[in-house]
Design a protein around this ligand. Structure first.
Ligand SMILES: [Zn+2]
Length: 270
């Protein structure tokens, strides 16, 4: 697909199933289960889609869950992942072709493909890439606490150290591609704004993970600061509706992108 004159493609890594209650926070099951059916363990199906930008150099935003999930994770989260390299291959892109990786944050379902397990060895998946990460996020991943330790895996960052570029706050990565630190989900969570000619796209990461999270109170209970998420979500949706931005939903199992309009103080996907 195209944004202005730039080619961009959602890149499929796989599916996982997360607890429906945790995914919709304060929203009662009676409401959310009308729009998505949970399995018998109350989990809902979610996609993992990175975004490939055909810029110079090529940029990959997030890397899916990768191939390092252990048996316990595979079972708890019903993971079918690690397809990102095959998906890139479909577009004739090799791991060596990626010059920049931007991580929205370092949770295992977003940064799992940062590194790859080959037999007993774990190596950076993209040997020529600089990995762009917010300082707050890097610090969080390296200083875990009881609330965060289940979401970060050290194998996703440990072998990366020589390739990491730490940034502080909003930063233009290359002309037209800007990392915007939103906080909320994690303190170092960032979304990515992609502008080409008059067209703007926003890769939302976990700010609005699926189209079902467009209604304002639908916020994941994983978020460390719900009020920050709510504030940033309002800002982004207002501007997206006004300026017809294309939104990219990382975790939606069906809809990878779309635009929004305001309708009676609620936004709906077109
Ligand atoms: Zn996350």
């Amino acid at each position: 697909m195209r944004l202005g004159k730039l080619r961009v493609e959602p890149i499929y890594d796989g599916m996982l199933w997360l607890d429906g209650g945790a995914m919709f926070g304060i929203v009662p099951k009676k409401l959310w289960s009308k729009v998505i059916k949970p399995d018998k363990e109350n989990r809902i199906r979610l996609g993992m889609y990175a975004l490939l930008l055909f810029t110079e150099p090529k940029i990959l935003i997030d890397t899916g869950i990768g191939n390092k999930s252990d048996e316990k994770m595979l079972k708890i989260y019903r993971i079918d992942g690690g397809h990102i390299l095959d998906s890139l291959h479909f577009f004739n892109v090799t791991p060596q072709d990626i010059g920049i990786v931007i991580n929205t944050h370092l949770h295992f379902d977003h940064a799992g493909g940062n590194t790859w397990q080959y037999n007993d060895e774990i190596k950076p998946t993209f040997p020529n890439a600089q990995y762009i990460i917010q300082r707050e996020e890097w610090n969080a991943a390296n200083n875990l606490n009881e609330l965060t330790q289940a979401s970060y895996l050290k194998d996703n960052i440990e072998t990366l150290r020589d390739q990491v570029k730490i940034i502080d706050g909003d930063e233009e990565v290359i002309p037209g591609v800007t990392a915007i630190c939103t906080g909320g989900h994690t303190r170092g969570h960032q979304i990515i704004k992609i502008a080409s000619e008059d067209t703007v796209g926003i890769y939302l990461g976990d700010l609005i993970p699926t189209t079902l999270h467009l209604p304002l109170p639908y916020i994941m209970s994983y978020d460390l600061n719900l009020i920050v998420t709510l504030t940033r979500k309002k800002e982004v949706l207002a501007q997206a509706a006004q300026e017809n931005w294309t939104l990219f939903f990382e975790h939606d199992p069906i809809i990878q992108s779309g635009t929004v309009v305001y309708q009676e103080e609620q936004s709906h996907l077109l």
